[in-house]
Design a protein around this ligand. Sequence first.
Ligand SMILES: [Zn+2]
Length: 376
Amino acid sequence: MTTTDHLNTPDNSFVHYHQPDPVLQTTVQSWLFAELLPWQKDTWQYFTNHYQNSTKALPHAILIGGNAGTGKRAFVYRFVAWAFCQNNQKHDMQTACGHCESCQWLIANTHPNLYQLPKPLLEAEKSPKKNQILDESPTHQATTTIKIDDIRTMQPFVQQSSHGVRIVVIHQADQMTLGASNALLKTLEEPADNVLMFLLSDTPSQLLPTIRSRLQSFKVSHILPHQSLNFMQNQLPNAHLTDLEQVNHLSSYAPFVAMDMLHSQWYQHRQMWINSWQAVRSGNRTPIQASDYWQKNLSLSDFLYLSQIMLIEVGYIVNQLPSLQSDLNWDKLQPMPKMLGILSLQNVIEQIWQDRRQHIQDKLCYDKLINAMQLC
Ligand SMILES: [Zn+2]
C-alpha cells in the first residue's frame, strides 16, 4: 500500500460520517411526505409498481445501503407512508396523502403495522444523556447497538397473523451484534406472509455475509456530482456556487453531508486550523494556548473531524494532488509537513476516538492532539 492508497478509499469518503441515530420523530415526520429525491426515481418506480400489483412482488427482505447523507432513510420512510396510505391508489398518487388514518398514525409514531429498530425519539424523550449522544455527531457517534433481545422482542410482530402488510425497518443494521444477526437470520430464512423488512446501512460490507446473501439490495444513494449540486442549489438558493461545489467534492457527493458541512462550526474554522497548527509548530503559540482556543471554539468531535478532513487535504498537497479546498491559504504551512508526520497524526486521532469511549476527559484529548501537532 502506498501512502496515497491510504487517502483514496474505494468510495472516496475518507471520513466515515454518521447521522445521529436514533433520529427524532420530528425528523421522521419531515421525511414521510417529502418530495422524492431526484436520484431515487428509478428505485421508487420499481417499488411502487411492484407494490401495487401485490406485496409478494417485492422481495421480503430489502437492503438499502450506501453512503451516509444520501437520503436512504428519507426514501424508506416516504415509501412506508405511501404503502400504508389509504389513498395511495387514487389518482396515481406518488406521495402519501398526509391526512388519512394511516398517515396520522405515522405522524404520531403509533402505526400498529410498523416496527422500527431503534425507534425514533420523541421530543419529550430527549433526556440530557440522549442529547449528549446526539451531540457526538458528525463522526464516530456512539450509534445504538442492536442486541439479540431487540430482535427477539421484534419477532412476535413479524410472526403474528393479521390482515394487511406489516413493515419492519432496521436502521444501521451493521450495528447488530453477532447474536442479534443470528437471531435475525432465522426470521429471514422463514419469511412471514405480508411482511416487508428494510435493513439500512451506511456500510453494508460490515453485515454478516449470511445476512447479506438473504437480502435483495437496492440503490438509492447513487448520485452524480451535478445531481447533488443541483439539489443543493435548490435547497440553498442564496449560497455561493463555489462554496457548494467545494462541499460537494468534500462530501463525495452526499448532499446532506455537504449541507451540514456548510453550516457547521468546524467548516468556518478551517483556515484557523492551518494558522493554529503553524503557530504551534513554529513556537509562536504554546500548545496550551492553542488547546485553550480550540476548547473554547469547537466541540471535541468537531475539532477531531476538522483535523481529519484537513490532514487528508494536507496529504493531497504533499503528494502534489489537486486541493479540494482552494479557498484556503495552504502556504501558511512552512515547511510543509512530511507524509510520515501526517500519518502519525491520523493515528493519534484514531487513538483519541477510542480514548473517548473510555471517557477520557475532553481537555486531555485536545492536549494530546495539539502536542502531537507541535512535533510535525
Ligand atoms: Zn394517507
